[in-house]
Design a protein around this ligand. Structure first.
Ligand code: PEP
Ligand code: MG
Length: 757
């Protein structure tokens, strides 16, 4: 049964037209379960009913016509209960709804299961039979498993469109589409989509029609010719090594490329109106499927050859399209996964916004986008990457929505909000040289986070209290090898000298998680729980020592270095780091024959275990920095980079807030300075609550600093305490957020949490 299940799901996902996919699926299920009828209904939540979308067994005239209310019939019951309903005699069931149009008089037994995606019932799938019997456990399990797997594919198509009978449009139709993701970086962008390095695989090809078949046929022939030439060169090179095997393999390849084999089928699809890449995709995927099912080892082994040859032809087909592309002057960067290093390398001034299919609000790409002041939306699972290039995008980094080819009215509204944002920015600019102090006179120290940004243009001229977090990762990530000690010295010097009379907290290398080093690849199942930050550098003292030496050397003139250790979990990690720091210090004093300044040493509180060891840690170091990004992910067991659980990642979860209150109290009790350097500190709600908890030092991106100053200058400590008391009794993060948003709107600070002023 597992093979049937796999095949049904694969074919469903690959089918280019949804109506056809649904029709195929019901027939396949009917056959696989040896039953007499299978039907599929989709939910229309606005209309509160299910619409019959496909059936093999009921009257075909009922398809697209028959609707069943959410609280009607057995189908409605499945939806209401959100679990399978299995009845031997449906006609006798009190919820049976007689619907003459479907002609189901012969059927007695009924098994229905809901199709649920992210807690929402999208539809119901049912099987029916003449004889009166309860379906067996295996049958129920089969239908439930299948429905669960179909759910995300159905959700991706945009169910509302389908139930409103607009399903006859191809699924890659981009006319006026709105897609929901998660907010990555605040702000609004309106520009053309530019897809970076689209991945050329068959999975990434969305079926597309092309009326000009002769042109597509020529394109395909050219791709075949290029592939043959490349294979010829490859064969010549390998022939000297393995003559007989090579000629056998290349014979197979050449045969596959010939008109008599795959070529003819591709030509048929092209002549039927599909473009060359789509036609090739159909043929290769079908052939792989057919070959995989054949009970013959030789044939099954050919699957690898077909996949390989298909991939080669596809790359040749698409190469020209990719080479032709020029980077527009202004664009919204689109990628499957926008990474921090990608952003660090692209010209800042061209990027107006960022759309990433993967990642979440606390991914390092989001943090970097926010540091650069580029609005971003992450976790756009439904983003049609391969067909979006060149289309217009309106991006709302506050709500996490994007609009593709939006109506003029939407564009007009967002342009208005953009103008208001600029006005708000001008307003806060006026505070550049003012102090951060609350209405009732509490002074607050504001530092900046930097390092992910490759230049210091943004921060120059800002009146700040220091650099609270300099992330040293990026210089490591954008190179092809570890930077040398002298390269690091130069870099760190420029950072320390940018604020020579202010403290600069330089964090030792925190790679791993979502910041891999290209030249030090790691394959881990759970990278955020893996070999990250201090764990990696302590295992490689040669890396840690060089970095510490470089920091110490860079600090000789300015003496403003504060070293910060990331991902500390155990006391021994700090002791070992101190040992390495002593060693680096001793080596340098001996080599340079001068007294060099001893730096301050701090620890990031971002692993929950560390917050219970503050007393002991405080006796070893000089200061703490709370990393709310990681502390939240580890307290809630929610991957900060995973869009699927992005709605569970929340600093305002009562558990996180209590842990923060405890941490701040502990630091204050042991009289050791504490700064908050996670993104929460740069959020309007976050800074108010953290201030009320007793923290008066914050570090944030330069883009957020003036906004934070404005907020602090418009709120009293008394107000902050009252708000914290009000939300402290609440158990729902969403409610906490709503109360805070209301309050901010009331005191005129709404512009800091949503689009507009
Ligand atoms: C944090 O975890 O809050 C933090 C500031 O570090 P990073 O985001 O670089 O992990
Ligand atoms: Mg961290």
């Amino acid at each position: 049964m597992i093979t049937a299940l796999k095949r049904i799901v694969e074919e469903f996902v690959q089918q280019q037209e949804l109506e056809r996919a649904l029709t195929d699926v019901v027939s396949q299920v009917k056959e696989a379960m040896s039953t007499e009828c299978c039907s599929l209904y989709l939910a229309d939540h606005e209309q509160q009913h299910f619409l019959l979308m496909a059936t093999d067994g009921l009257s075909s005239h009922a398809v697209g016509e028959v609707v069943i209310g959410f609280n009607q019939g057995l189908v409605g019951l499945v939806g209401q209960r959100e679990e399978p309903v299995n009845v031997a005699n449906a006609q006798a069931h009190p919820r049976f709804l007689k619907t003459p149009q479907v002609q189901e008089d012969n059927f007695n037994s009924f098994l229905g299961t809901p199709i649920i995606h992210q807690r929402k019932v999208l539809g119901v799938m049912s099987v029916q039979q003449t004889n009166t019997r309860v379906f067996g456990e295996d049958e129920v399990a089969f239908l439930v498993t299948l429905a669960a797997q179909l759910a995300s594919a159905i959700a991706n198509v945009g169910i509302q469109k389908i139930t409103r009978k607009s399903a006859n449009k191809p699924s890659n139709d981009l006319s006026k589409k709105q897609i929901e993701g998660v907010p990555g970086s605040a702000g609004i962008a309106i520009a053309t989509a530019y897809v970076l390095e689209p991945e050329i695989t068959f999975n990434s090809i969305l079926p597309r029609r092309e009326a000009n078949s002769p042109k597509e046929l020529i394109k395909f022939q050219q791709a075949i010719k290029n592939t043959r030439n490349q294979l010829g060169e490859l064969a010549a090179r390998m022939n000297t090594l393995l003559p007989s095997e090579v000629s056998a393999i290349f014979d197979v390849y050449n045969h596959l490329l010939s008109d008599a084999s795959l070529g003819i089928q591709v030509n048929e699809h092209i002549n039927a109106g599909w473009n060359a890449a789509t036609s090739l995709k159909f043929v290769i995927e079908n052939t792989i499927r057919e070959f995989s099912e054949v009970d013959d080892d030789y044939i099954r082994e050919r699957v690898t050859d077909i996949r390989d040859i298909g991939q080669r032809v596809l790359v040749n087909l698409m190469q020209k399209d990719i080479a032709k592309r020029v980077m527009p002057e202004q664009f919204v960067l689109v990628a499957d996964e926008v990474t921090a290093s990608m952003l660090a390398e692209l010209p800042r001034e061209n990027i107006k916004g960022i759309c990433s299919r993967r990642g979440s609000s606390s991914s390092h790409a989001s943090i970097l986008a926010s540091a650069l002041g580029i609005p971003a939306v992450m976790g756009l699972n439904d983003l049609p990457i391969n067909s979006i290039d060149g289309h217009s995008i309106v991006l709302d980094g506050y709500s996490g929505h994007i609009y593709i080819n939006a109506d003029e009215s939407i564009k007009r509204e967002y342009k208005r909000l953009q103008t208001e944002e600029l006005e708000l920015n001008d307003l806060v600019q006026a505070l550049a040289d003012k102090k951060a102090v609350t209405i009732d006179g509490t002074p607050v120290a504001l530092h900046i986070n930097t390092g992910l940004v490759t230049d210091f243009d943004i921060i120059h001229g800002l009146d700040i209290d220091g650099i609270g977090l300099y992330r040293t990762e990026i210089p490591f990530m954008i190179r092809q090898r570890f930077p040398t000690e002298s390269e690091q010295v130069e870099l760190y010097k420029s950072v320390l000298q940018s604020y020579p009379d202010k403290p600069v907290c330089m964090r030792t290398l925190d790679v791993g998680g979502d910041k891999p080093l290209p030249y030090f690849p790691l394959e881990e199942d759970n990278p955020f729980l893996g070999w990250r930050g201090i764990r990696m550098t302590l295992d490689h003292p040669e890396i840690q020592l060089v970095q510490m030496r470089a920091m110490l050397r860079a600090n000789i003139e300015t003496n403003n270095l504060n070293i910060l250790l990331p991902m500390i979990t155990s006391i021994s990690e700090v002791e070992e780091s101190i040992r390495l720091l002593n060693q680096a210090y001793a080596e340098l004093t001996e080599e340079l024959k001068i007294d060099i300044p001893w730096p301050k040493l701090g620890v990031m509180l971002e692993v929950p275990a560390a917050i219970y060891q503050i007393e002991k840690l405080a006796s070893l170091i000089d200061y703490f920095s709370i990393g709310t990004n990681d502390l939240t992910q580890y307290l809630l067991a929610v991957d900060r980079n995973n869009a699927r659980v992005a709605n569970l990642y929340d600093y305002y979860h009562p558990g996180v807030l209590q842990a923060l209150q405890f941490t701040i109290n502990e630091c204050n009790k042991h009289k050791i300075p504490v700064t908050i350097c996670g993104e929460m500190a740069g959020e309007a709600i976050g800074i108010i609550l953290l201030l009320a908890m007793g923290c008066t030092r914050f570090s944030m991106s330069a883009q957020n600093l003036l906004k934070a100053k404005w907020i602090l200058r418009h709120i009293s400590l008394q107000d902050a305490h009252e708000l914290l008391a009000e939300i402290s009794v609440m158990s729902c993060p969403k409610m906490i957020r709503e109360v805070m948003i209301d309050k901010l709107e009331q005191i005129g600070l709404g512009g800091f949490i949503r689009a507009g002023k």
